[in-house]
Design a protein around this ligand. Structure first.
Ligand SMILES: Cc1cc2nc3c(=O)[nH]c(=O)nc-3n(C[C@H](O)[C@H](O)[C@H](O)COP(=O)(O)OP(=O)(O)OC[C@H]3O[C@@H](n4cnc5c(N)ncnc54)[C@H](O)[C@@H]3O)c2cc1C
Length: 383
């Protein structure tokens, strides 16, 4: 016999988006059940690079990233825990004049959204960052960007959600979600939840939930490959990206350098991912060209994680096009960690006011109308 619950909102997925939504919805006075099939914050939200970056984002995402940024300053206080956020600045490196021209164009576009980027020529860059290698010819600095510890943020949001009264159920996979009366019925193997609203924050599995409501989306798994070195004397005082991508790195206060680049292997059916040795070696080679002093450092762990990626590399955020009171927030395409805190607020705005203060038109699910879901489908929501 299943336990039965009736609440205002059911959230499927306890990543940063779902947990931040639970916090914001409880603050708005709604009753909330959050269903997480594993542990809150253990998906993409817990294994990512930890970049809290506005620079380089798609321009459609900048209004959201701008709104998210001040929330990171307040996060320790709001969550009651230290999540190791530091505004170290994000440096995007150029390796050619063409890269530099691209950075200049982006800086002009970003300025229209109030994001101030400082372009640095080779001599200034090198005098301020003497540890950079000779291939680097310039950079764009976003001084207010930074980094945080992803292992801490999601669980801290989940703990706050619980303290605020959210019924957080871990190891509780939603195996079906459907319309019931004028609301929804969501089932796990031991729970039936009736709710007025349903929020789909299921990460890479969210496409299946959307498909269950007649919304096929071309969501694909994105599996970034990551490495971490032994603790080193601290010297990389910025978070680093590269024009054109390929590798990104940062060093944490304890001394470990964290690097990402290329793709690992992932299987969404069994929810497993693993890093690829060749990819890790390539990422380290690229990193050494940028930061030669990393030569000789010992890589102590490699890993990969799975995020959902949309073809246009921006997420789906907003109301369902087929089903009243269903809200989607997924497909963050490898950059949803920084957005997480504001996505929670946006979901609460949608459910309580019917609209958001942020421009969500670019994230509408309707843009994929008629598209084919590329993930293998199984019965129900999937495990
Ligand atoms: C290796 C890596 C590096 C990254 N680096 C960065 C970065 O530096 N900066 C940045 O901004 N972003 C980064 N990202 C992206 C970022 O981590 C994600 O976009 C973000 O965490 C997505 O949050 P989420 O809550 O949507 O998804 P997730 O954290 O994946 O959460 C979804 C949750 O839903 C649960 N779930 C799925 N199906 C069900 C079901 N049927 N029932 C119940 N629960 C279910 C899953 O178990 C999971 O916990 C990176 C991602 C990866 C993988």
């Amino acid at each position: 016999m299943s336990e039965r619950l009736r609440v205002d909102v059911t959230i499927v997925g306890g990543g940063i988006a779902g947990c931040a939504a639970a916090v914001a919805l409880r603050k708005a006075g709604l009753t909330v059940v959050l269903l997480e099939k594993n542990l809150c914050g253990a998906g993409a939200s817990g294994v990512n690079f930890g970049g809290v970056r506005q620079q380089g984002r798609h321009l459609a995402e900048l209004p959201l990233a701008r709104r998210a940024r001040p929330l990171w300053d307040e996060l320790d206080e709001r969550l009651g825990e230290d999540v190791e956020f530091q505004a170290t600045g994000h440096l995007k490196l150029a390796r050619s004049d063409a890269d530099m021209a691209q950075l200049e164009r982006y800086a002009q576009d970003a300025a229209e959204h109030g994001l101030r980027l400082k372009l640095l020529g080779a001599s200034t860059l090198r005098s301020e960052h003497p540890w950079l290698g000779p291939d680097v010819v310039g950079a764009s600095l976003c001084a207010e960007d930074g980094q945080a510890n992803p292992r801490l943020v999601g669980p801290a949001f989940a703990r706050l959600a619980r303290r605020l009264g959210t019924d957080v159920r871990e190891h509780a996979a939603a195996i079906s979600a459907s319309r019931s009366g004028d609301g929804f019925e969501t089932r796990t193997d031991r729970l039936e939840v009736q709710s007025r609203f349903l929020v789909n924050c299921a990460g890479v599995a969210a496409g299946r939930i959307a498909a269950g409501f007649g919304e096929e989306v071309p969501l694909r798994p994105l599996v970034p490959n990551m490495l971490v070195t032994e603790p080193l004397p601290f010297f990389i005082n910025r978070s680093i990206g590269v024009c054109g991508g390929g590798v990104y790195l940062r060093q944490i206060a304890r001394g470990n350098a964290i690097l990402g680049g290329g793709d690992g292997w992932g299987d969404t059916e069994c929810n497993r991912s693993r890093p690829m040795t060749g990819t890790s070696l390539d990422a380290m080679t690229s990193a050494l060209a940028l930061v030669p002093a990393l030569a000789g450092s010992l890589v102590i762990r490699t890993w990969a994680g799975i995020d959902g990626e949309m073809p246009d590399s921006i997420p789906v955020i907003g109301f369902s096009a087929t089903t009243p009171n269903l809200v989607h927030a997924f497909g963050f395409s490898g950059h949803g960690f920084q957005l997480g805190p504001i996505v929670g607020e946006i979901i609460a705005e949608l459910l309580t006011q019917g609209r958001s203060a942020s421009p969500l038109a670019p994230f509408a699910i309707e843009r994929f109308a008629g598209a084919t879901q590329t993930l293998p489908s199984t019965a129900g929501v999937g495990q």
